[in-house]
Design a binder for this molecule. Structure first.
Ligand SMILES: [Zn+2]
Length: 601
């Protein structure tokens, strides 16, 4: 799972009652026999494969390192021996992922019309657009909604959007620090994600917030992760502190840009199409807001004073205001880095339905190893060049093995591929993708979603597995729990199929939807590869057992994996995938959004 913010943030204990386990079913179901089906998903296999994938030999599987190539070869060899067909580029298992560093020249502007009076603000003069603003286009919005702090945090008793429909409107919010009483450390992700929340969750066509001083500088300076639709502002600078980022270009790449030549300055890094249509996330300065609010029920000056004091803010429509967004940037690619996804398939049995796919995914990269050495003084030991957290007492361990993150998902998808290949086979085909570069910003899955090796419209569901080998916070009470994220957001039918599959397991798991809440403080929904598919409208389920003290630490090791639990979760995913793959129709996309796990309602 992606770390995003440098500091490890302990999830707040906002537990939502987990689904109660239905009564046990007799284990006489034909699929539970000794051969084939879920019985073929075995803990010993998972242990054997993970012992290699998460071994020191693989050097922490950094995206541009040598170890990840060993992992790719290992997975490929197994797929070949199991008769799982290649589905990557040119008839092979590998798909080349092109990671582009890009320089942008903006000619973008936003024109504001207030009661017939018009002013145009150029990018960099009163407003700032993200460097990666997507393809050229021009559109006008005649409904502009001021939404106070632009924040829904029901856990803190704050909801700016309650009863407010902002679909197809432009949303304006103020107050960088949010309202009084919000603990910044706890609510950081929600505060930084306000633009994304407005456009992606609530259907706004544009979001406008205040410029955040440090954030702007940080965003311009860092080669971003290419995440469009991600919050602008200081979230970007926060992410530049992500371990491994600084070493990505030269150290981890193994070969610098060229002999002594520094890489040309880039504004952002991306794997996605540069001509995609992206809802603009605009940062405004005082002059912009003063004009925007010039006929509003309350002046900008008064609103700003309240926002600075973190006092309650009103909410109203800006009557008679029109905004014209002129999205216009030229992009120059200044560097290309190469990596590999691994893509394979098992063909379905139905002559028609086999042209459609149920996709299973995990990421096989992790954050790598530290090149720096350990120094010791009166304050203890310190590892230079750490790729994440260093567990106290384990300073001599230079390798971030990523056994749980996401070695667990990597070998679970191997088990699924092996089991489906051995049969029984369902009607639809099964697609297996091991994504690269997840830790660098969902690179492999974002690339696959924009440049798929099978048509995206033929993928009826994607089941993503990231970190299923542990108990959340190492608590024994979590030993039967798996967290499901996103299952009800796009397809209620998929959600129900998954719950039915669990009920029929010999020993059902406890399904917990806490992280599916749109106001989840960890914003887990955006932090793994399923999101790249969900952004294309594909129904997804993200399976995870949650964070723990070894998350992104150099002690995420095989010895700490709960293999029996992991086996049962893999069986649940198999059973869910089997049901979807045998369904006569694609799971209906009713797009009702997150409901399971809400803190309120
Ligand atoms: Zn991770």
């Amino acid at each position: 799972m992606q770390q995003w913010v440098g500091a490890f943030v302990v999830a707040a204990a906002s537990a939502v009652a987990a689904a109660s386990a239905p009564p046990l079913l007799e284990a006489s179901h034909p699929r539970f026999g000794a051969t084939g089906g879920i019985g073929a998903i075995k803990s010993q296999d998972l242990r054997e494969w993970l012992s290699y994938v998460a071994s020191d030999e693989l050097q922490g599987r950094a995206t541009y390192g040598a170890g990840i190539g060993l992992a790719a070869a290992y997975i490929e060899d197994h797929l070949r021996s199991w008769g799982v067909k290649p589905a990557g580029d040119h008839g092979g298992y590998l798909q080349t992922v092109r990671v582009l560093s890009v320089k942008a020249t903006s000619r973008a502007s936003v024109t504001v019309e207030v009661a017939g009076e018009t002013r145009t603000f150029a990018d960099g003069d009163g407003i700032t657009l993200p460097k990666n603003m997507g393809g050229k286009r021009r559109f006008t919005v005649d409904r502009v909604e001021f939404a106070g702090y632009g924040l829904d945090a029901p856990g803190a008793g704050h909801s700016d959007y309650r009863g407010k429909d902002v679909r197809n409107a432009a949303v304006v919010w103020l107050g960088s620090s949010g309202p009084k009483g919000l603990d910044l450390a706890t609510y950081r992700r929600l505060l930084m994600g306000r633009n994304r929340y407005a456009t992606e969750q609530l259907g706004a066509v544009a979001s406008i917030g205040p410029a955040i001083g440090a954030g702007r500088a940080g965003q311009a300076g860092q080669a971003g992760t290419g995440g469009r639709g991600e919050p602008t502002g200081s979230d970007a600078s926060g992410r530049s502190g992500e371990p491994g980022r600084s070493g990505e270009s030269s150290a981890a790449g193994g070969q610098g840009f060229g002999r002594g030549a520094p890489p040309p300055a880039a504004d952002f890094t991306t794997v996605q199409r540069l001509d995609a249509m992206v809802p603009p996330n605009v940062s405004g300065r005082d002059a912009f807001f003063e004009f925007l609010f010039s006929r509003a029920p309350e002046s900008y000056e008064a609103l700003k004073r309240k926002a600075d004091a973190q006092d309650p803010l009103p909410s109203f429509q800006l009557e008679g205001v029109k905004l014209t967004f002129n999205i216009d940037a030229d992009y120059q690619i200044v560097r290309t880095q190469l990596a590999h996804n691994i893509v394979a398939m098992v063909e379905g049995t139905d002559p028609q339905l086999k042209n459609t796919f149920v996709a299973f995914g995990a990421h096989y990269d992790h954050v790598g190893y530290a090149e720096g050495e350990v120094s010791r003084d009166e304050n203890g030991a310190r590892r230079a060049g750490a790729r994440g957290r260093v567990t106290k007492g384990a300073e001599d361990d230079r390798i971030w093995n990523g056994a749980d993150d996401d070695g667990s998902g990597t070998v679970a998808v191997m088990a699924l591929a092996k089991t489906f290949a051995a049969g029984p086979r369902p009607k639809r085909s099964l697609l297996f993708v091991w994504h690269v570069g997840e830790e660098n910003g969902l690179l492999g899955s974002r690339y696959f979603a924009d440049y798929p090796t099978v048509p995206m419209e033929r993928i009826v569901a994607q089941l993503n597995i990231d970190m299923i080998g542990r108990n959340r916070d190492d608590k024994a009470s979590e030993s039967n729990t798996v967290y499901l994220v996103g299952s009800d957001r796009i397809s209620t039918e998929l959600h129900n199929l998954n719950r039915a599959a669990n009920r029929e397991l010999p020993k059902p798991l406890t399904l917990n939807y806490e992280f599916n809440d749109p106001t989840d403080l960890e914003q887990v929904y955006y932090r793994s590869d399923h999101y790249s598919y969900a952004a294309k409208g594909i129904p997804i389920i993200f399976f995870t057992t949650g964070l723990h003290p070894d998350y992104h630490a150099n002690t995420d090791e095989v010895s700490k994996i709960e293999f029996d639990k992991m086996t049962r979760i893999t069986q649940l995913i198999y059973e869910t995938g089997m049901r979807v793959a045998n369904l006569g129709h694609a799971p209906a996309r009713d797009n009702q959004g997150p409901r399971a796990g809400r803190l309120t309602q």
